[in-house]
Design a protein around this ligand. Structure first.
Ligand code: LHQ
Length: 275
């Protein structure tokens, strides 16, 4: 079995606004400014970039889990950050997005392993869209989702205008973006915005169960599934069939495919190693 290559944490500078942990094959990234509901700052973005680099460069990570410390998941951009403050020359928000938010969302999408977002509390603005950028989104029943942007005269960013019409449909996406209403985790599940919402008391255990399941799964196939399903959102059927043939060719060369078939024939559970 492949053993994760993990650089000891004590050899690195600790993070200040996030927590980053690798246990077994699961990397956990916890947004950690609980007093401010984990709102994004420039410093947090820099740390997120560093953490994402570590995820990409550490062999053996098979799942990335993103969650928030305290009672919130993430309240979006920190509106009290100096650059946002009133009276200053207007900030070029497009540049902020290109420098900070867009690489984060693209990075998650392009990661060839499953990204689980465990939404422990309120997810607002860009924090909501970070949550929705997870490949599988699990929320605590008390969590909520809010496209807060229009309340401060903005439009959704961090991928919100892309993901919402695709998950909840145009009618709901439009009203969510314009009205900035808070959506409960239950409603989000019912609308197909997220995978599931679970009782708060079971949340931590369910998140762990999901991550353990994915970490023991066929990692290569998961990466290919991700690639195919996201590509399908822009493809016609014929293009998608060709893509399926190309990606299945890759899956067919994996050790996990061999193991999956052998295990089936031997009537035993498969032991996937991610290769
Ligand atoms: C906050 C924040 C926050 C600072 C709570 N900032 N402190 C924007 C610009 C630039 C480029 C790219 O794109 C973006 C994207 C965006 O994300 S725009 C949207 C920004 N986010 C918001 O507008 C949401 C603002 N927050 C809220 O509406 C509420 O805090 C929610 C509904 C999230 C939660 O409400 P409550 O549960 O009632 O908590 P609270 O409001 O009391 O917040 C707790 C503390 O967190 C509080 O601090 P304090 O020192 O008074 O205890 C808030 O000021 C602070 N906080 N969000 N975004």
């Amino acid at each position: 079995m492949r053993v994760p290559t993990i650089t000891p944490k004590d050899k690195r500078m600790p993070f200040e606004t996030i927590l980053f942990d690798i246990t077994g094959s699961v990397a956990t990234l916890t947004l950690n400014r609980p007093d401010k509901l984990n709102a994004f700052t420039a410093g947090m973005h820099a740390e997120l970039r560093e953490a994402m680099d570590r995820v990409r460069s550490t062999q053996g990570i098979r799942v990335l889990l993103i969650t928030g410390a305290g009672r919130g998941f993430c309240a979006g951009q920190d509106l009290s950050e100096r650059a946002m403050a009133q009276g200053r020359a207007p900030v070029d928000l497009g540049s902020t997005l290109e420098a900070n938010y867009n690489p984060l969302i693209r990075g998650l999408r392009e990661l060839p392993i499953p990204v689980v977002c465990a939404v422990n509390g309120v997810a607002a603005g860009a924090g909501c869209n970070l949550a929705l950028a997870g490949d599988i989104v699990l929320a605590a029943r008390s969590a909520s989702f809010m496209q807060a942007f229009s309340r401060i005269g903005l439009m959704p960013d961090a991928g919100g205008t892309w993901i919402l019409p695709r998950t909840v449909g145009l009618a709901r996406a439009m009203a969510l973006a314009m009205l900035a209403d808070k959506v409960s985790a239950e409603q989000a599940e019912a609308w197909g915005m997220i995978w599931r919402c679970v009782d708060d008391a079971q949340f931590a255990a369910e998140v762990k169960r999901l991550c353990d399941t994915l970490a023991a799964g066929p990692t290569k196939a998961y990466g290919l599934i991700k690639q195919a399903l996201y590509a399908s959102l822009g493809n016609g059927l014929s293009e998608q069939l060709s893509l399926e043939a190309r990606l299945q060719r890759e899956a067919g060369k994996s050790r996990d495919f061999q193991e999956g078939v052998t295990a089936f024939l031997e009537k035993r559970p498969a032991k996937f190693t991610g290769g």
